[in-house]
Design a protein around this ligand. Structure first.
Ligand SMILES: N[C@@H](CCC(=O)N[C@@H](CS)C(=O)NCC(=O)O)C(=O)O
Length: 205
């Protein structure tokens, strides 16, 4: 029987990977439908807002990666124990997204060279250190997790996104953040996550 869940995304990690991590964490089988760029224009109009990832389940279709992650986190019990904990987890996830977007804005914009060089300086010398210092302190306060002192979907979200962010940064962005390295270890040592990383396509970060 085909798996109940079908994830459609491009053939790389980025916004698809937190979803793949959460499904794998929960031992939920899924069809990992990886589309090639050449096939995207044909598929795009059939998606709710012309973007992926999308997740199909039981004849229904979901979009927006963070909303999908939050739903899956509930399914696999990686949410908070009350609304306030969920707020802390959500804020952490949004902060990671803010950080990702700062890289994406720099990488994908087409500004003239001099302006871009100045933006690069600000990003690497000010913005990233600012975020990494604060995130590292959060990981320290939370005993090797990002929020609420134990494993939640914020940790899976962060670690699943690290390869992609580091690729954009052209360096291991948590290289100087010992507590975030513990977060990474705590996630990567989970057997179902380990198994997913061994199984997933190696060539496409
Ligand atoms: N907020 C959306 C953003 C989705 C998004 O930016 N998707 C990109 C790939 S990472 C996409 O579909 N790009 C192709 C296009 O816009 O044509 C989410 O989190 O799901």
């Amino acid at each position: 029987m085909a798996p109940a869940y079908k994830l459609t995304y491009f053939d790389f990690t980025a916004l698809g990977e937190p979803i793949r991590f959460l499904l794998s964490y929960g031992g939920i089988e899924f069809e990992d439908n990886r589309i090639q760029r050449a096939n995207w224009p044909a598929l795009k109009p059939s998606t709710p807002f012309g973007q992926v990832p999308i997740l199909e389940y039981n004849g229904k279709l979901a979009y927006q990666s963070i909303a999908i992650c939050r739903y899956l986190a509930k399914q696999v019990k990686l949410v908070g124990k009350d609304d306030w904990e969920d707020l802390e987890i959500d804020a952490t996830v949004d902060t990671i997204t803010d950080l990702r977007l700062k890289f994406a804005q720099y990488i994908f914009e087409r500004d003239e060279q001099a302006k871009k060089e100045k933006e690069k300086q600000t990003l690497f010398n000010e913005t990233i250190p600012y975020y990494m210092e604060k995130l590292d302190a959060m990981a320290k306060r939370n005993n090797g997790y990002l929020a609420v002192g134990r494993l939640t979907w914020a940790d899976l979200f962060f670690v699943s996104m690290l390869d992609y962010i580091s690729l954009m940064a052209k360096k291991d962005i948590i290289g100087g953040s010992p507590n975030l390295q513990i977060v990474r270890e705590n996630v990567l040592k989970i057997p179902s996550i380990k198994a997913w990383i061994e199984k997933r396509p190696k060539e496409n970060l």
